[in-house]
Design a protein around this ligand. Structure first.
Ligand code: SAM
Length: 284
């Protein structure tokens, strides 16, 4: 399929799915290849026929939406962000949680891909912040719309390239070589729960001290969708909890109850008085 033909098609289709062309432009080749494969699988000869097919088969939109998801991730992506989480954010959130009498620090990784982000967080906790808060446990809920990514996260096996940004020595401490890959030791997976979930429709139950939503909603979702997703993310946080978005992302204008904590790293904080504690929470 011609690049121009596919771009025209994406510019027509993405807004209909609540997605942004500006976000997907950089990864269009990958998306166009997948669409080409889908056309061949359906036996459809060109993109005009696929448009007609979409109009006649509304279920196909769900398939196309899946073809537009970008699973790129790696451990410790944006090193400065994870270093800052370990040095400043997790210790501060741990102090606040302990002061409220909590026994666990709860974190949510929304759009967790194959587990690189939540497992990075579990390593930061195990090697840096956790030893300074010995009475506090950690729980991470990791969600992604793609079931096959959740299955890969459950396997927790990664290529060397995926681990290259980890601090020196962490790979050796946390992974065992396994058939040319590296398997994360069980102890670092124990507190990570994995679920297939679409952020546009759902949040995991309960409230969280830390929510990571990086390189997903605020890159790929259209602004009106970002505006519906942000209250879901904020509603999942305890008062004083932290929201981390991608280092190159921006929150939609006029976001309420959220202030920059370390904005150049994408770290924001919910106003302290907002929302009940985790014990009172019921989140749908
Ligand atoms: C580019 S990856 C980012 C992974 C990780 N957060 C990071 O920053 O490295 C985006 C992930 O978001 C997931 N995703 C896309 N749309 C989603 C949605 N509506 N609900 C939940 N996950 C979604 C994709 O499947 C993909 O795994």
């Amino acid at each position: 399929m011609e690049n121009r033909t596919c771009v025209d098609f994406l510019q027509w289709a993405l807004p209909r799915m609540g997605l942004r062309w500006a976000g997907l432009r950089r990864v269009r080749r990958q998306v166009c290849k997948r669409i080409g494969r889908r056309l061949r699988a359906l036996g459809i000869s060109d993109i005009a026929a696929y448009r007609a097919y979409l109009e006649q088969h509304p279920d196909e939109w769900r398939m196309l939406d899946g073809l537009c998801r970008i699973p790129i991730s790696r451990f410790y992506r944006d090193r400065e962000v994870f270093a800052h989480l370990g040095r400043a954010v997790l210790p501060e959130l741990a102090r606040a949680a302990a002061a409220r009498g909590e026994t666990r620090l709860r974190c949510w990784s929304a759009g967790c891909a194959s587990g690189e982000e939540p497992f990075s967080l579990s390593l930061v906790w195990a090697f840096e912040a956790g030893p300074r808060a010995p009475r506090l446990g950690l729980e991470i809920v990791a969600t992604d719309a793609e079931r096959h990514l959740i299955e890969r996260a459950s396997a927790a096996r990664y290529g060397a390239g995926s681990l290259k940004d980890l601090p020196p020595g962490w790979r050796e401490r946390a992974f065992a070589p396994a058939d040319g890959l590296f398997a994360l030791h069980r102890e670092f997976r124990a507190y990570v729960g994995l679920e297939s979930q679409d952020l546009r429709a759902q949040a995991p139950p309960g409230r969280f001290d830390l929510v990571l939503c990086r390189n997903m909603a605020f890159t790929y979702f259209a602004e009106p969708v970002q505006r519906t997703v942000l209250p879901r993310l904020m509603g999942a946080l305890v008062g004083g909890g932290a929201l981390v978005i991608g280092a190159h992302e921006r929150l939609p204008e006029g976001a309420a109850d959220v202030a920059p904590w370390e904005a150049k790293l994408g770290v924001y904080r919910k106003a302290a008085a907002c929302g009940p504690s985790k014990k009172d929470a019921v989140v749908g």
